[in-house]
Write a protein that binds this ligand. Sequence first.
Ligand code: SAM
Length: 280
Amino acid sequence: MADAMQDSTEAWDRAAAGWDRNSALVRAWLAEATEAMLDAARIGPGMRVLDVAAGAGDQTIDITRRVGPTGAVLATDVAPAMVALADANLRRAAVPWARTQIADAEALDMDGARFNAAICRLGLMFCQRPLVALRGILRAVAPGGRFTALVFSHAEANPCITITSRIARRYAGLPVDQPPPPGSLLSLGKPGLMAELLAEAGFRDVTVQPLAAPFCVPSSADYLDFVRSAGSPILNLLRLLPQDDQRRAWDEMALELAQFTKAGGWEGPNELLLCVGARQ
Ligand SMILES: C[S@@+](CC[C@H](N)C(=O)[O-])C[C@H]1O[C@@H](n2cnc3c(N)ncnc32)[C@H](O)[C@@H]1O
């Protein structure tokens, strides 16, 4: 495994319990977008569906309900701790027609698996080589099947990610105000990029549509709590810094994020891209 990939996998392993603990928050935040993603993949009874970068399996459970016991779902993720949590969550949900597998999206090795559909919720942007991942996904889908994904759009539409990433990168001594590096939160948000990648990977009938997904919590402190327990990319930038620097970075983020406080609570703007492609 290449260094950057290994680093990201270990970071997601460390954040897995935090991501799972916040699943109700994530579920509420992404409810509409998730429905739109599953609708666009036309997921219905009896289908065989591949879930890429499934995390702790939150959206996997939605898929199992759509396909029902005559269908099948394979939830994959590169981080073993995430897959273990997905396994436990699926067992608790009593949906034996779903199973899990540790798999790097960039090395899927599922050619000819003939899934009726594949989805990926907020995972593709963490791939160092998203085109390689997309080609592997295309090969796993049956002719006529669809792939849909949610990724973050560009920096201006995602100011909370921009703020937390910029501050964390500055404290980590990394360049800021440069295009988002491959494998980072906003790496696929450049207008036109996802459509280009899907088409280049061989998908047909490609569409990419922005979706607003504001993050609504009582206060900016709640958002920061979420980032501090589940925000693997930010945590990974800060984790080796002296405690004082870490504290200063979190304080600076809190100060800047307070600007999104509203009368009834805190609303962090986020924009996602709903990306759709079909296999011919
Ligand atoms: C933001 S979480 C999203 C998890 C889940 N899809 C959800 O929406 O709740 C990102 C997930 O992508 C996974 N991931 C990152 N890079 C990956 C890769 N190359 N292959 C497979 N999974 C990957 C991480 O382990 C993590 O579980």
